[in-house]
Design a protein around this ligand. Structure first.
Ligand SMILES: NC(=O)CC[C@H](N)C(=O)O
Length: 274
């Protein structure tokens, strides 16, 4: 059987790479390599050797120019040393090869600013949505209830009943679209796979603090039409064990944290398809 291999990119200000790699291993990946972005740009590490790309949270370039904006330009335009290609060519090949990308928080901001999400009609290099300053004007660090759309093509949320409870920690998490048509298409195709909701996962909400940032239609996470590329503001890698839950000493909880399913689903998909 193929060895399921995950790659986690670090450098320029990411701060969740260790947790993301740990979550990949716990979820069933045989290997989870943390690579500095410079290793990709010098050609020492190639995306071609991996199945699952993790773009993690942090403060890329200190959020200068807007969160993840500078890194989005770097990934789109930088050449790979000694090769006749740019890094973005490796990324688009990675997608065409049927592989998986998960962007969490700063990684989600990076994917949307590169144009890789929601990638309507398979156009992975056209930005149509953004993530900007929270409506509160402040950094939000809290736990949120996230309703899952069971009709979404996202492979990461498969098997989740109702929703998941995960932490958010961001200053720029408000999801916005360029025009009404984009939002219509996202909703019609069920790409808005995660929405901030009440604690019973009954309905999406625009109420603060359940919706921590004022995202349009309460959108917390989106995927592309293949379901293999997903980005979300909450951190699934930060809840893989019950002791990470804010009330773990007072509530009866299962051993496994609710975020692990994202990584288990990714590993399962890789093992079944490669
Ligand atoms: N936790 C994160 O990845 C934060 C992302 C970004 N720096 C923000 O504050 O919005």
């Amino acid at each position: 059987m193929t060895k399921a291999k995950a790659l986690v990119i670090t450098g320029n200000g990411t701060n969740c790479e260790t947790e993301a790699a740990h979550a990949c291993k716990l979820g069933g990946f045989d290997e989870a390599r943390i690579a500095h972005i410079a290793e990709l740009l010098t050609g020492e590490v190639s995306l071609d050797d991996y199945h699952f790309l993790n773009l993690t949270g942090g403060f890329l370039d200190g959020d200068d120019l807007g969160s993840a904006k500078a890194q989005a330009n770097r990934l789109r335009y930088a050449a790979v040393e000694g090769k006749e290609e740019r890094l973005v060519d490796q990324i688009t090949r990675f997608i065409a090869d049927g592989k998986l990308i998960l962007g969490v928080c700063n990684g989600f901001q990076l994917l949307v600013k590169m144009g890789m999400l929601p990638a309507l009609s398979g156009n992975y290099l056209k930005q149509t949505v953004t993530l900007t300053y929270n409506a509160s004007g402040r950094f939000q660090d809290r736990w949120c209830y996230l309703k899952v759309d069971p009709a979404s093509p996202s492979l990461y949320t498969r098997g989740i009943e109702g929703g998941v409870y995960l932490p958010v920690r961001h200053g720029e998490g408000k999801f916005l679209v360029d025009d009404a048509k984009t939002l219509e298409a996202i909703e019609a195709k069920h790409l808005s796979c995660l929405k901030y909701s009440d604690k019973n996962y009954a309905a999406p909400t625009m109420e603060f603090p359940e919706n921590p940032n004022g995202s349009v239609n309460a959108i917390a996470g989106v995927c592309d039409e293949t379901g293999r590329i997903m980005g979300l503001m909450p951190h699934p890698e930060a809840f893989v064990h019950r002791t990470q839950h804010p009330r773990w000493t007072r509530e009866e909880l299962p051993e496994e944290g609710e975020g692990l399913i994202f990584f288990k689903n990714a590993a399962k998909y890789v093992k079944e398809n490669f």
